[in-house]
Design a binder for this molecule. Structure first.
Ligand code: CA
Length: 518
């Protein structure tokens, strides 16, 4: 189409003023291994809708989280600050201080409409949002109650559909004179991994390829790794593997659930597998359920993209897909997250940013959930506060590693001992190495991993001849990062009194076992 010169000039002039909308689709515990765009060797699932974001935008292969657990990751994203700065360390007893500066508040001030739907998990109510409906606590998979500014509402159906419906409905009803930020935050595929009833049997009883480390014996690393309580062998519950029914189902849902799981559970009880056979049975049941939840997330990403397209919004909207952290899909015999090791340290990040992100690009730049706030503010032309601790990802959207980009990354996990007896630890990560220091769970110990020689992270090279200079370099980097990020010198916030231990196994406080929440 040819435009008269004058009109063309007006269009070009108007373009910079048109600020992009931001749709942040965020799931809970979604492993990159369960996104086909990431090309997992087990080929666990096809996710064509999420993959579309990789095709139209950038896939980040080194997207790392600062503290691999639900609530803390959300607090990092909102504030652009590490846990020791935003005060939300763990899921056991942290409460988010909603009076802090967050990116949605700054966007709101800059004229954006802001909304959040779905999983929140920060205990206090959301602040900085024009509209919100959240799942109380962890939320339920079926017919979940939701909480909004005017109280609790009851819903009917499957949580991932409902969160998407709320998002789509809000987009339709938004004030069209303003740009918007929408955070569409799924509960799925969080434990206890309950798929949509209509998707039960979606995998046709497939037998899943096993990860190489399904029967890891935890040798070759510090004792703290062996002391974990997050295995398919010892930790998983009857509810996790659907030998019992999830809560809050309707009679119709119960009937359909029983039709699927009933005969399969009967066959399991009859076979009564033991030892490795039992772990294998659990692994396959876990994969059916977990990946079934992912299937629904992917379907709903497709629905949301279709709606943006229908509204004519795709060309001026950034769509980012990520998760609060990675997850173990049987690697090291585990489910859950927490560790600095690859599967939980890395999180999926796919960004479609028309005109900025190079379609189909794959980035090896070390990026993080601490960068999201500054990225969104940058996109909106809002200056980020100087005390935010990340950086805008805009320069990395071409796919190559920008000049002067970070070459190392600081990690710190705190929650201990419950619920999974993962020792508090901190460390530094580079493109090849990791230095990990475990503390507060017995004698302090150090592991050094070499991802080039040992990609599965089965062996510590700390104290191994030939690694002296690597160790010294990593120690120096760790010290520099802790200084830059203003990590308190007191390494153990439990010992300093900043945090109280959750009651339970190995803890000093409380005799009563806390209910299983995570
Ligand atoms: Ca999570």
């Amino acid at each position: 189409m040819r435009l008269p010169l004058l009109l063309l000039a007006a269009v070009v002039h108007a373009a910079p003023a048109q600020r992009p909308n931001i749709v942040f689709v965020f799931s809970d515990d979604h492993a990159y291994q369960a996104i086909s765009a990431y090309g997992d060797s087990r080929k666990l699932i096809q996710t064509p809708n999420i993959d579309r974001l990789a095709k139209d935008g950038v896939r980040f292969d080194r997207a790392l989280v600062t503290n691999s657990i639900c609530g803390p990751s959300r607090a990092v994203i909102l504030t652009g600050k590490y846990s020791h700065k935003n005060g939300f360390y763990n899921n056991s007893n942290s409460v988010f201080d909603g009076s802090q500066v967050t990116f949605p508040k700054l966007m709101q001030k800059a004229g954006y409409q802001t909304a959040i739907f779905g999983k929140w998990h920060l205990v206090s109510d959301p602040t900085g949002f024009d509209a919100w409906q959240i799942l109380p606590g962890q939320g339920l998979y079926y017919n979940p109650p939701m909480k909004g500014p005017s109280g609790q509402i009851q819903t009917k159906g499957y949580v991932t559909d409902i969160v998407t419906d709320l998002s789509i409905d809000w987009i339709s009803r938004r004030d069209r004179s303003k740009p918007f930020v929408l955070m569409c935050q799924h509960k799925a595929p969080h434990r206890e991994w309950a798929p949509n009833i209509k998707d039960l049997g979606w995998d046709k009883d497939r037998v899943y390829p096993e990860p190489e480390t399904l029967f890891d014996d935890y040798s070759g690393r510090s004792q703290q790794v062996a002391e974990n309580d997050m295995t398919l062998e010892k930790t998983i519950t009857p509810l996790d593997v659907k030998l019992t029914r999830p809560d809050n189902m309707s009679p119709e849902q119960i009937a359909a659930w029983d039709r699927y799981y009933g005969p399969r559970n009967e066959a399991y009880r009859k076979a009564d597998p033991k030892g490795r056979d039992l772990v294998r049975w659990r692994y396959n049941r876990y994969m059916h359920d977990y990946l079934g939840c992912v299937k629904s997330v992917d379907d709903n990403v497709g629905r949301l993209l279709a709606h943006l397209e229908k509204e004519g919004l795709l060309e001026n909207t950034i769509v980012a897909y990520s998760s609060d952290q990675g997850f173990y899909l049987g690697e090291h015999g585990w489910f859950d997250k927490r560790w600095i090791f690859e599967e939980s340290l890395r999180t999926p990040l796919l960004v479609r940013w028309p005109g900025v992100a190079t379609p189909g690009a794959v980035s090896k730049a070390i990026v993080s959930n601490v960068d999201f706030a500054q990225t969104f503010l940058d996109a909106a032309g809002v200056k980020a506060p100087a005390d935010m601790q990340g950086r805008s990802l805009r320069p990395a959207m071409g796919g190559s590693v920008p000049d002067g980009w970070r070459t190392d990354f600081y990690y710190h996990y705190y929650e201990y001992p419950r619920p999974h007896h993962v020792s508090p630890h901190y460390g530094v990560v580079t493109d090849r190495y990791k230095l990990v220091r475990y503390y507060g769970s017995g004698p302090e110990r150090t592991d050094l991993f070499d991802l080039e020689k040992d990609p599965l992270e089965l062996r510590s090279f700390a104290g191994v001849a030939g690694y002296e200079s690597v160790l010294a370099d990593l120690e120096a980097r760790l010290g520099r990062l802790r200084k830059e990020l203003e990590v308190p010198a007191q390494e153990d916030p439990y010992a300093s009194g900043a945090l109280k231990r959750a009651p339970g196994k190995g803890g000093k406080a409380g005799k009563k076992k806390a209910p299983e929440k995570k």
